[in-house]
Design a protein around this ligand. Sequence first.
Ligand SMILES: Cc1cc2nc3c(=O)[nH]c(=O)nc-3n(C[C@H](O)[C@H](O)[C@H](O)COP(=O)(O)OP(=O)(O)OC[C@H]3O[C@@H](n4cnc5c(N)ncnc54)[C@H](O)[C@@H]3O)c2cc1C
Length: 515
Amino acid sequence: MIDSRSPLNRQEILAELGNRLPSERIETNETALKEASVDRFKKYQSVHEIFNAPLPVAIAYATSTEDVVAILELADRYLINVVPRSGRTGTEGGLETSVSNTIVLDISRMNQVLSVDPENMQVTVEAGVQLQTLEDQLREQGLTTGHSPQSKPLAQYGGLVATRSIGQFSTLYGAIEDMVMGLEAVFPGGHTARIKSVPRRAAGPDIRHVLIGNEGALAVITEVTLKVFRYFPENDEFHGALVDDMSTGVAILREVITNGFRPSVARLYSPEDANQHFSHFSEGKCVVIFVAEGPKSIVEATSTEIRRVLGQHVHQDVDPDLIEEWFQNLNWGPDKIEAEKKAMLDNQRLGYTTEVSASWSQVTDLYDAVIRRIRNEYPYAKDLTMLGGHSSHSYQTGTNMYFVYDYHIDASPEEEIEKYHIPLNAIIVEEALRHGGSIVHHHGIGKYRSPWTQQEHGSAYQILTALKNAFDPNGVMNSGTIIPVEGAIQAAAAHPDQQLDQWASENRGREDSAS
Ligand SMILES: Cc1cc2nc3c(=O)[nH]c(=O)nc-3n(C[C@H](O)[C@H](O)[C@H](O)COP(=O)(O)OP(=O)(O)OC[C@H]3O[C@@H](n4cnc5c(N)ncnc54)[C@H](O)[C@@H]3O)c2cc1C
C-alpha cells in the first residue's frame, strides 16, 4: 500500500468530485468500493470478501469526454491516483488500487456506437461500448469486428485497447493493435488528444501505440475507431486432429502459417489442457484445431493446405462437428463468472492462466521447461490438479503459450496468492525471459508482472519510463501498473525471483517426491 500524496483528505476529494459530477454518478457505497479495489488477479480473495488493497475514495462514472477531462484535471492538480476501468475483466492487477484515496474512473456509461461506415469499413465507438454489443450490431449488416476474446460478452473497448487484447480469430483478423485506426484519449491535467483515422501514414512514429497497451498508466481512452470486415459464417470449415506431442503440433501450426495461410483459428492443446475441453475425444493426446473462414475460395484453399500439412504428420482426424460444437460455447459471460465463484467457494479449487510468447524454435523448449520446473521445483506441486497449456495465436515468427494451472487450495484465502498464484506465475514469466520470449502475450502487465518489466525491455526500458515521465509527470495514473512502484503489490510478488530461489534451496533433494 502506498500513502496518498494528495494534500486533500478523503472528504475534500469527494467534495471536489462533487463540484465536477452529479452526486448520482459518484459511488461511495463500501461494498462497491471494496470490489473496485481489485480485479480478477485476486478473484479467490474477492469471493471470500477479503479486500486488502486501499479502499478508493469513490467510483466516478463519466458519461462524456468532458467528465474525463474534469477528473484528470482534478487528479493531476491534487496528486490523486486514478484507476480507469471499463469492462472489469482484467486479470493482472491493473484495476487494483495501490494508493490510498484513489479515484476509480469508470467509463462504462460512455457506451454509444457513434458511427458505422461500411464504405470505408470502419466504426467509431465510445470506449465503454461492449464488444459483444458492437459485434451483434455489425453482424446484422454482414460485418464483423473480427475481435473475439473469450471475455467478449463483458469486455469494453477502453480496456480492450488499453491491454492490447487479442481474440480467437487473430490469425486472420489480427489483434486489437491491427484493428485500431483512430483514437481519442485524455491525459493527466486534462489535455485531450485525437488521432485521426487514415488508411496508413508515414508521418513519424505511430503514436497510436502510445495509447494502445497503456493500461491506464498514461491516459484514459475515450473513443476508438476500428476497422471492420465482411462476415461469411456460412463458409466456415472446422478441422481437428490428435497428435502425440507438442513438438508435432507446433510444427503443424508453423507450417500452415509460414506457408502464408491464414486460418482464423489455429490452436494446439497439451494433453492435460485438452482433457479439460475435449475429454470425449482427445484420448490423452494433444489436440490441434483450425478454422478456415472468409470468402469460399479462400476457405477452400486454406482447408486444402491444412489437410496437406496434417497429412505429412502422424495424426488422427477428429470429426469437424465436435470442433464446431466446442467452439459455440467458448466465451465467458456473467453466467460463467457466477458459476466460477460458486465453484471457488464450494470446492476450494481454483484455476489461473499465464500467457507468454516465444519464437517457433524456442516455444516447445519453453513449454517443457515450465512444466519440468513447476513439477520439480515448486514445493506445492502436489496440490496441482491440472498443469498444461495451449498455443492459440500464431505469427510468422512464433506463437504464444497460454499456461493453465488449477489447484486445490491447502491454505487460507489470505495465503492463496503467495503460496500458489504468484510463484507459479513467476516460474512461467522467468522461463519466457530465459527462452528469449515475452513475459506477457495479451493480458497486459498490470501490477503483478511489473517486477519483470525492466527485464522484458532491457535497454529499451528507458523509452517506457520516458513516456511515463512525459505524459504523467506527477505520477497519478494507475500507480504501479506497467512501471513497478515500491509498495504497489504484495511482498512476494515484488521480489518473486528471491522467493523462488529460497524455495528451490529449501526443497533441493525433494524434487523426486514433488514430481
Ligand atoms: C474469462 C476471461 C476471458 C478472457 N479472455 C481473453 C482473451 O481471449 N483475450 C484477451 O486479450 N484477454 C482476455 N481476457 C482478459 C481481459 O478480458 C482483457 O484484458 C480485456 O481487454 C479487458 O477489458 P475490460 O474492458 O474488461 O478492461 P478492465 O478490466 O476494466 O481494465 C483492464 C485494464 O485496462 C485499463 N483501462 C480500462 N479502461 C481504460 C480506458 N478507457 N483507458 C485507459 N485504460 C483503461 C485498466 O486501468 C486496467 O489496467 C479474459 C478475461 C476473462 C475474465
